[in-house]
Design a protein around this ligand. Structure first.
Ligand SMILES: Cc1cc2nc3c(=O)[nH]c(=O)nc-3n(C[C@H](O)[C@H](O)[C@H](O)COP(=O)(O)OP(=O)(O)OC[C@H]3O[C@@H](n4cnc5c(N)ncnc54)[C@H](O)[C@@H]3O)c2cc1C
Ligand code: FES
Length: 265
């Protein structure tokens, strides 16, 4: 679909908020789904770039949070209101919050926070029986993103930076362990984790989740060429429980969210 850029704001350093409008673009968008953005109108670069839904603004508008890291996202950073953007989506399975969830632990590393704000918003709107807590980590103060938005939603946050420039000095798994130590003695029934961030962080979070028998939904990243299940460029190894062996699954089509217990890290 052709969307129109309504704003593209450099919020800090290499981080941007991009808002686009197109009829129905936000209607089917669930938390954790993503869009494939064609950053230039010609063939260079040829491939679309996957960017997660950050927030549904309305049925006809969505917001992205992205980090400019290379050629494609640098071009995105130059878009101005009124520009046209070719978009496919929403794509992927997104996060599913089961009926038995009582505590949703959102775990983000750096730009991995992008899909988790939308998840927090979705839970707060639709599930008054669920408490949301967010564990957000980044290298430095400038990498702690969407803090104000989480605060406005009333989500309790546990923040940390690797260099200690803001909040606790350390990594996000430290804050989760402390939280569990403090609150888990009364049980982890109904607790589930929803994470997005670098692979090393996801693996660490998963080790904690398994140790405490907390179900963990991890949103994975992979380089994507098509985004719609056609090229097999984004496969990851996932355990097939019935067969007891790992099989290839497509991050774009079967994911990006997987039961972390089954991911072959
Ligand atoms: C499902 C999904 C959702 C995503 N959501 C977001 C989001 O909401 N916001 C955001 O900023 N980014 C997101 N990403 C990552 C984003 O797609 C990449 O950063 C982007 O494609 C890089 O394109 P580029 O041309 O700017 O960089 P390139 O020039 O292609 O690469 C620059 C550097 O970034 C690395 N890189 C490229 N693609 C990826 C990737 N998919 N994952 C990790 N590293 C990569 C390269 O290895 C290289 O080091 C998401 C990725 C996936 C798979
Ligand atoms: S990106 Fe082509 S199959 Fe996933």
């Amino acid at each position: 679909m052709q969307a129109t850029v309504t704003s593209n704001e450099n919020i800090f350093g290499s981080y941007f908020h991009l808002e686009v409008a197109a009829k129905g673009i936000g209607r089917k968008a669930g938390p954790g789904t993503f869009y494939m953005l064609k950053v230039a109108s010609g063939t260079d670069p040829l491939l679309r770039r996957p960017i997660s839904l950050h927030r549904v603004v309305s049925d006809d508008a969505v917001r992205f949070l992205y980090k400019s890291v290379g050629r494609g996202t640098n071009i995105l950073g130059r878009l101005v209101p009124g520009d046209s953007l070719d978009i496919i989506g929403p794509l992927g399975n997104g996060f599913k919050v089961g009926k038995s969830v009582k505590l949703a632990m959102l775990v983000a590393g750096g730009i991995g926070v992008a899909p988790l704000l939308g998840l927090a918003e979705h839970i707060m709107k639709t599930r008054t029986d669920v408490t949301v807590v967010a564990f957000i980590g980044g290298r430095s103060e400038e990498d702690l993103l969407a803090i104000q938005e989480f605060r406005e939603l009333g989500v309790r946050m546990y923040l940390c930076t690797e260099d200690g420039s803001l909040a606790r000095c350390g990594i996000v798994t430290d804050t989760i362990e402390e939280y569990i130590k403090r609150y888990a003695p009364s049980g982890t029934k109904g607790w589930e984790m929803f994470s997005c961030g670098p692979k090393g962080m996801l693996r660490g979070v998963d080790a904690i989740a398994s140790m405490h028998k907390i179900k963990h939904h991890a949103s994975l990243e992979a380089n994507m060429a098509c985004g719609v299940g056609a090229c097999m460029g984004c496969v990851v190894s996932i355990l097939d429980r019935k067969a007891g062996v790992p099989v290839y699954k497509k991050v774009c089509d079967d994911g990006p969210v997987f039961d972390a217990e089954d991911v072959v890290w």
